[in-house]
Write a protein that binds this ligand. Structure first.
Ligand SMILES: NC(=O)c1ccc[n+]([C@@H]2O[C@H](COP(=O)([O-])OP(=O)(O)OC[C@H]3O[C@@H](n4cnc5c(N)ncnc54)[C@H](O)[C@@H]3O)[C@@H](O)[C@H]2O)c1
Length: 303
């Protein structure tokens, strides 16, 4: 008995790395999986049939999977991706938005194309499959069907939640995905569908591209035993969030790094000052902001 017996899942960007780990884990727990991957380079250039690699692994291990080679940023390809799950396996329960690229550069060196392509793959690439999946479930819901098995699991990054030097495009997109998760979770709540966001990690080609990190890229199926750099260490959390056991969990951001699972607390009110119905004067803020808001000595807040 698997946690996901009878479920049908889509994992985007699942030909390699963290997405491959999720696809293998969901299949291990009994889900039938549509393995999406455009087969691009780390920078998002070119295409290929890399999804086949993961499909073959799932089938070798006795699971059921089909490949999808579509671009998650393409509106019609997104529609076709959702339709493929329903046509091949009869239903859709789980959508894991994982596909991503990186084009790291400091803000002064970042080209317009570096910015646009990274924002597009992460943000629009999360919007497009989510939009089509929710439209599909909503149509069923309006026909009186129970769609409360619907699960969307998005992918942010610790870098997106705290900032990271040289990644303005990537971190902006990843923080956006966390906000997108919160909003969409509110919109689909009444249908019983959950939307959550994970922050994974692992020795993928994306992590290996960080200058000076000294990481060698490896696929999750190349790890036989526990290793803190295994890209599939967040996959059990994804499987659990995708299951009936997590029906009560929605709108949450959870990081899973090495052996630790951490609930991220969203933006929340910190210290405040009020002026009994009067407008502040800029000149009076220096002392108050430092002493009562930031509780620090000027001029340094963070660095
Ligand atoms: N590796 C880490 O440490 C780490 C940390 C935090 C978050 N993440 C996130 O995890 C996710 C997976 O990253 P990874 O490290 O496994 O990278 P990866 O490069 O190994 O895998 C990404 C996959 O996405 C695919 N892809 C890219 N653009 C696509 C598109 N338009 N349509 C469909 N598929 C596309 C690629 O072909 C590739 O197979 C990304 O969203 C990344 O931002 C990774």
């Amino acid at each position: 008995m698997g946690l996901l017996d009878g479920k049908v899942a889509i994992v985007t960007g699942a030909g390699h790395g963290i997405g491959r780990g999720h696809a293998l884990e969901l299949a291990k727990e009994g889900a039938k999986v549509v393995v999406n991957d455009l087969g691009t380079s780390l920078r998002g250039e070119g295409s290929g049939k890399d999804a086949d690699l993961t499909v073959d692994l799932i089938r070798e291990r006795g699971g059921e999977a089909v490949a999808n080679y579509g671009d998650v940023t393409d509106y019609e390809a997104g529609r076709a991706l959702i339709a493929q799950a329903v046509e091949e396996f009869g239903r859709l329960d789980i959508l894991v938005n994982n596909a991503g690229i990186a084009r790291d550069a400091t803000i002064w060196n970042m080209t317009e194309e570096d910015w646009d392509s990274v924002i597009k793959v992460h943000l629009k690439g999360t919007f497009v499959p989510t939009h089509h999946a929710v439209k599909h479930w909503r149509q069923l819901h309006q026909q009186g069907e129970d769609v409360s098995s619907g699960r969307i699991i998005n992918t942010t990054s610790g870098a997106g939640l705290t900032g990271n030097f040289g990644q303005a495009n990537y971190t902006a997109a990843k923080a956006g995905i966390a906000a997108f998760t919160q909003t969409v979770s509110l919109e689909v709540f009444k249908m019983g569908i959950t939307v959550n966001c994970i922050g994974p990690a692992g020795a993928t080609r994306m992590a290996a591209s960080i200058p000076g990190a000294g990481i060698q890229a490896r696929e999750p199926d190349e790890f036989d035993e526990w290793d803190p750099m295994d890209p599939s260490l967040s996959s059990p959390l994804v499987a659990w969030l995708a299951s009936d056991k997590a029906a009560h969990v929605t709108g949450q951001v959870i990081r899973a790094v090495k052996d630790e699972i951490v609930h991220m607390i969203p933006w929340s009110n910190g210290n405040s000052i009020r002026k009994s119905g009067q407008r502040w004067e800029a000149s009076e803020l220096t002392a108050l902001m430092n002493a009562d808001i930031f509780k620090c000595r000027a001029p340094g807040l963070r660095y």
